[in-house]
Design a protein. Structure first.
Length: 105
């Protein structure tokens, strides 16, 4: 009787697939994106990384109401000046003066 070894390689961003694997190979690491990390799944370091990511996501989610309110404020301001199909307005005079001064300099 021979022993059979099965190697399963999965390329995915779905964390739920980790349960089928022992190791994780993360590509595109480092400032240049040319580094990689090969580590065992389920280590304390990995757990800490996941907990930090969850914490960061919770902080972002806590700001959703604030962002929604700010977007409504911006939309309201734009609605005051934005005209669909309206004529194109000339730039204010001070912008023209600045351009002329820069061309002369």
């Amino acid at each position: 009787m021979t022993n059979v070894v099965v190697a399963l390689i999965t390329i995915s961003t779905r964390a739920s697939l980790k349960k089928y694997h022992t190791y994780n190979l993360a590509l595109g690491m480092g400032e240049q994106g040319d580094e990689w990390v090969f580590e065992r799944i389920g280590t304390e370091r990995e757990k800490m990384h996941v907990e930090k990511e969850i914490h960061d996501i919770r902080e972002r989610l806590a700001k959703v109401d604030e962002w929604t309110k700010r977007r409504a404020e911006i939309d309201a301001e734009l609605a005051k000046v934005w005209i669909e199909g309206g004529e194109v307005l000339d730039a204010p005079a001070y912008t023209k003066e600045n351009k002329e001064e820069k061309l002369v300099a």
